[in-house]
Design a protein around this ligand. Structure first.
Ligand SMILES: [Zn+2]
Length: 179
């Protein structure tokens, strides 16, 4: 899916990595004549690419980014106390990942566009919620579960100045990660 470039850094080999708003990084190498990105080697070139998008296959694969820190969890819900908002389509905000932790029982977890996958989450599952991707949960009989939210602890050093005030990110059709 498309993710917005919010910064750049050099990796240990001296190759440029674009930092995406999902928390993933993506190499943007300039290796002529096969890979031509002359813009990446100049500060002005990189600055001009902030706010543009790249396809993030790691989000498509629901891959948990490195370096996230858990910052909040919901109360524990059961099949009678689960908020209605979680049972209809909703999404976390920009850059907010979450894990569904089932304590006992089972939960159906349906992920909408562009991922389109369904899971039955049990206590041993690793159920990942991807930022801004619509999803919903439904109890599968008696269940006890909570949701734990994570994001990058320290915002990137080279944020897009047009977005630096936007710390809470965007909302899509409601949000389950609170204020
Ligand atoms: Zn991503």
């Amino acid at each position: 899916m498309k993710r917005t470039i919010v910064g750049f850094h050099l990796d240990e080999e001296g190759d440029w990595v674009a930092e995406l708003d999902c928390g993933h990084g993506q190499h943007v190498r300039h290796r002529p004549p096969f890979v031509n990105r002359p813009w990446v080697v100049t500060g002005a070139g990189r600055a001009a690419m902030l706010g543009t998008t790249l396809d993030c296959v790691r989000c498509d694969r629901m891959e948990w980014p490195e370096g996230l820190v858990a910052y909040r969890r919901t109360p524990e819900f059961d099949e009678t106390t689960i908020p209605g908002g979680l049972r209809s389509e909703h999404a976390t905000k920009r850059g907010v990942w979450a894990r569904i932790r089932v304590v006992s029982g089972a939960l159906h977890y349906r992920v909408g566009a562009p991922i389109h996958r369904s899971f039955r989450v049990v206590p041993s599952s690793d159920a990942v919620i991807v930022p801004e991707v619509p999803h919903l949960v439904e109890p599968d009989g008696p269940v006890r579960f909570f949701v734990e939210f994570s994001r990058k602890e320290v915002p990137t050093q080279r944020v897009d100045p047009r977005r630096s005030g936007d710390r809470d990110g965007v909302r899509i059709r409601g949000s389950c990660d609170g204020p």
